[in-house]
Ligand binder design. Structure first.
Ligand code: HEC
Ligand code: HEC
Length: 583
């Protein structure tokens, strides 16, 4: 134990020249070579070849020990309420974290924890602001059904011979919170960066190298040996590389918030949903949403003036359609299944391959797409001008001008307000009604890992379809037999992204058949058959599925029926024929 805890104090108020702006930089390494996820291949000391596809973790409780003198042994300065989310998929695998202004002193120890204390871990995650590191929508580390967060998520592939297995290590639960103490000699310059190396090989290659093939997963349940091993090795993985003067870079100007025209829209948040990052330039207004809604239903936006957005995004199908590929205005068929439109405010990329970075960008694409609405933007705008849209644009934007930017913003405003959280499952979760035994069994299977070594034989769906939205909003290859559509790879150009598609929400899934990006499965039974024993093992198959044995999950008929029964509890009655909701 380094240093004694004499006093824990908050940040002192000190005059500016006695303060320094301090940042942390975390760089990830394998045998001293920098690593970013998805990583290249490494050989572990036990001879297994692995690639890391995900490395993310949470830090908390940062303290610095000020140097003592002959009469005192130093004072801890503690950064209250400091949390950080580190993700090695950032450029170069490097995360930069801001510690704020600290008193200029000599510090001898830097300490933080991987993970969270019990109270923070169990607190309601939906209360964190949109940009808080513990907002589940931002870090994707909130854990269902265990509750609390995954403190450290490490996933990857095993590449031994023709084998394409996977591993998924999820360290969580407050008893697995781990203190990292790093000796330091920090003589402040201002501003200063403390650069830390995180040696991942030390987690795998300790005295007894980890046999990954034999231990492909941990979910940190009590008594889990892999979790204990990772926890015990974590402190040795972190080391301070250097302390250097930071070169200040000008911060990008944040866009000026748009003028607020009209009445602010009251965005309703379901209990348990994280706070979304809504646009501020301009903010949502009733007038903007109403204009967007009218445009969404208006066939004028198509080349033939006969097809609207709502032709393919129909209320009865949770704003998707029931066809495998929808037919465009000029009669040609697309190559992808129409996506349902709800809870979009929590997404940060759009389309099956994530190629649109925002809804305002996305919304203009179907209009111009030759196999969809097949209209040019100047034509669409001319038609809107001729049909009395001026006053609606005036009300929403303060002037009657119609531009493509305004068209995109108005459609975005409407799309952002489409939410869905009124299913029977939600009611039951609030204690307002129950689920049948079969539905409960389905939920249990859905939320239980497949880990026969620990006596667990669930359907293991929650890794990707967990949380309030029944999706992690991330891209995975879920083992569909290859087709020409390469998904995320067509956007990033990286072969490690081949056949990765965004995980769809399973809310309203009973209304949105057929399934998958190309609508290849007609029924939920066929989807479950796929996950049970139909996985196609390619090199990018997600580790959470690749870790399953080649013979499959072995789900019996009763379990399959239970899963389907549970999935049907996720239907929101606002989309059912009796509802008059004004979508
Ligand atoms: C011809 C049918 C069709 C029409 C018309 C259509 N869409 Fe779509 N929509 C689709 C398909 C198919 C996809 C998935 C396309 C892909 O991933 O490449 C999609 C995807 C989307 C998405 C992405 C959702 C997500 O979760 O990422 C949004 C948003 C959307 N459409 C909005 C609109 C809007 C707004 C309009 C009208 C301007 C519109 N669509 C018109 C078929 C259509
Ligand atoms: C590794 C992540 C992952 C796991 C685990 C997973 N899924 Fe999926 N799921 C996806 C992705 C990604 C897609 C979309 C794939 C595509 O269309 O190419 C998807 C699609 C689906 C769809 C179709 C949705 C639609 O709108 O078309 C259903 C239904 C589904 N999954 C149910 C399940 C069930 C049930 C389980 C557990 C047995 C499960 N998933 C496990 C990632 C996963």
């Amino acid at each position: 134990m380094i240093g004694r805890l004499l006093c824990i104090c908050g940040l002192l108020t000190v005059t500016p020249h006695l303060q320094a702006t301090v940042s942390l930089e975390l760089r990830h390494l394998w045998e001293d070579k920098p690593l970013a996820t998805p990583s290249r291949a490494f050989v572990t000391r036990s001879g297994e070849t692995i690639e890391l596809s995900r490395l993310a973790y949470l830090l908390s409780d940062l303290r610095l020990l000020g140097r003592g003198n002959s009469t005192s042994s130093g004072t801890w300065l503690s950064r209250n309420n400091w949390f950080a989310h580190v993700d090695a998929s950032r450029p170069g695998g490097i995360s930069r974290l801001h510690l704020g202004d600290l008193p200029r002193r000599t510090y001898t120890v830097l300490q933080f924890q991987v993970g969270l204390d019990q109270e923070t871990n169990e607190a309601d995650p939906s209360l964190h602001p949109a940009d808080h590191p513990l907002n589940p929508n931002l870090n994707n580390l909130h854990w269902t059904p265990q509750g609390g967060y995954i403190f450290l998520a490490m996933e990857g592939h095993l590449r031994n011979g023709g084998n394409t297995g996977g591993f998924a290590y999820h360290l969580g639960n407050s008893w697995n919170r781990t203190v990292i103490s790093l000796p330091l000699s920090l003589e402040f310059t201002d501003p200063v960066t403390i650069a830390i190396d995180v040696h991942l090989d030390r987690l795998f290659n300790g005295d007894e190298p980890l046999q990954i093939a034999a231990n492909p997963s941990t979910h940190s349940r009590k008594g889990d040996g892999i979790a204990q091993l990772l926890k015990s090795r974590l402190p040795s993985a972190f080391a301070i590389r250097e302390i250097r003067q930071t070169h200040l870079r000008a911060r990008p100007e944040s866009p000026a918030p748009g003028n607020l025209i009209g009445t602010p829209y009251r965005f309703r948040l379901a209990r348990g949903f994280p706070i979304p990052k809504l646009p501020t330039a301009p903010p949502l207004t009733n007038e903007g949403v109403a204009l967007g809604k009218r445009l969404f239903h208006d066939p004028l936006l198509s080349g033939t003036s006969k097809q609207s957005c709502s032709s393919c995004h129909q209320i009865a199908h949770a704003l998707s359609d029931s066809r495998r590929f929808s037919e465009g205005a000029s009669g040609s068929l697309g190559t992808r299944n129409a996506m349902p439109l709800f809870n979009l405010a929590w997404k940060d990329s759009f389309f099956w391959d994530g190629r649109a970075p925002s809804l305002r960008v996305q919304a203009l694409q179907p209009i111009q797409n030759p196999i969809e609405m097949h209209e040019s933007l100047p034509n669409a705008i001319a038609k809107l001008k001729a049909s009395n849209y001026g006053p609606l644009f005036q009300a929403a934007f303060g002037s009657a001008g119609i531009t493509k930017e305004r068209l995109g913003i108005a459609l975005e405003q409407f799309l952002l307000t489409r939410t869905s959280y009124h299913s029977r499952f939600d009611q039951a979760a609030r204690g307002e009604g129950g689920l049948t035994d079969q539905e409960k069994r389905g939920f249990e299977l859905f939320m239980t890992e497949y880990d026969p070594r620990r006596g667990l034989k669930g359907a293991d769906c929650f890794h990707c379809h967990g949380g309030a939205f029944f999706t992690d909003h991330r891209f995975h290859n879920n083992g569909l037999r290859d087709d020409d559509d390469r998904g995320l790879e067509s956007v990033t150009g990286r072969s490690t992204d081949r056949n990765r598609f965004i995980t769809p929400s399973l809310r309203n899934i009973a209304l949105t058949a057929p399934y998958m990006h190309d609508g290849r499965f007609q029924t939920l039974e066929a989807v479950i058959e796929h996950y049970d024993s139909g996985l196609h093992r390619s090199s990018t198959l997600d580790p959470n599925l690749a870790k399953h044995p080649p013979e499959g999950l072995g789900l019996g008929m009763e379990d399959r029926n239970a899963l389907v029964a549970f999935l049907k509890t996720l239907t929101d009655p606002q989309f059912l024929p009796a509802a008059k909701t004004g979508n």
